[in-house]
Ligand binder design. Structure first.
Ligand SMILES: N[C@@H](CCC(=O)NCCCC(=O)O)C(=O)O
Length: 258
């Protein structure tokens, strides 16, 4: 029987009317389905009920999504302050363990925005908060606007490292990206390699050194209207190809989607 590779996406958690919910934004699952051409599957962020090792046996790739919440600072050795809020402890507990296991196992991994920050934290790096208040930094937040096409419009350039993985994928040394974050990488984890930076020096893309498969992160949101953005198409296609390679190596007969 032919098989469409499965990509897991851990959920955000939130509470409403006394009940706990798990959710993922449509733009992430749509980019996985429509551009990477894989089947997206939500992983609920309920670490106490998940057997992560068993669960990962069923997946061929993982996407870490962005989120409004921030990683709880004690995970990277800092004191929480009001400026670091809001948090999502349920998500932290799941994603930080999951990323570690995914890298060990060698599943393709694509980390976006909060996911990119989580990748840095898991590998021993730290985060800076309220970038827009730091002298010399750009304001990396989205404009305050109701229209998502305004909020997620390209807003600054990035410089892409010559000879790096991102240059190989995008085929260029500079591009424009959207920007929807207040936090950024402060200390880069030793296991990460910078792939791109913003004009103010903020790290915008990383890859995992000596990774067993595709393992990259972007601070921007390539999943936004991914099919309409040539850079996003290249990134999700490269991820999808790595996912198909991983599935094929596990003996799966792959189904192709037109
Ligand atoms: N909270 C962090 C990460 C920012 C982020 O992931 N934003 C995404 C917003 C919602 C979405 O588009 O999924 C920070 O502010 O740095």
């Amino acid at each position: 029987m032919s098989y469409l590779p499965l990509v897991g996406l851990p959920a955000d958690t939130y509470e409403s009317h006394g009940f706990q919910y798990h959710s993922i934004g449509d733009k992430y699952v749509r980019a996985v389905a429509e551009v990477a051409l894989c089947s997206p599957v939500m992983i609920p962020s309920m670490i106490d009920a998940l057997q992560l090792d068993d669960l990962l046996e069923h997946f061929d790739g993982i996407v870490m999504t962005g989120a409004v919440s921030n990683v709880h600072p004690p995970h990277y050795g800092e004191q929480p302050t009001v400026a670091h809020e809001p948090y999502d402890h349920g998500r932290d507990a799941t994603t930080l363990k999951l990323i570690e296991k995914v890298l060990k196992k060698g599943l393709p991994l694509f980390c976006i925005c909060r996911g990119f920050q989580e990748l840095n934290v898991v590998l021993g790096g730290t985060l800076e908060t309220e970038l827009q208040q730091v002298e010399g930094r750009l304001d990396h937040r989205a404009p305050d606007h109701d229209d998502v096409d305004v909020r997620y419009a390209p807003s600054h350039a990035i410089n892409i490292r010559p000879g790096g993985l991102l240059e190989q994928i995008l085929g260029k040394r500079e591009t424009m990206v959207n920007s929807i974050h207040r936090q950024g990488i402060k200390r880069l984890a030793k296991g990460l390699q910078v792939e791109a930076t913003a004009p103010d020096g903020i790290i915008e893309a990383v890859s995992v050194r000596d990774a067993k498969s595709f393992a990259m992160g972007t601070q921007w949101h390539p999943e936004f209207r991914a099919l309409n953005n040539p850079d996003s198409v290249k990134l999700f296609t490269a991820f999808g190809n790595a996912v198909r390679g991983y599935a094929a190596a596990r003996g799966k007969t792959l189904r192709t989607v037109a």
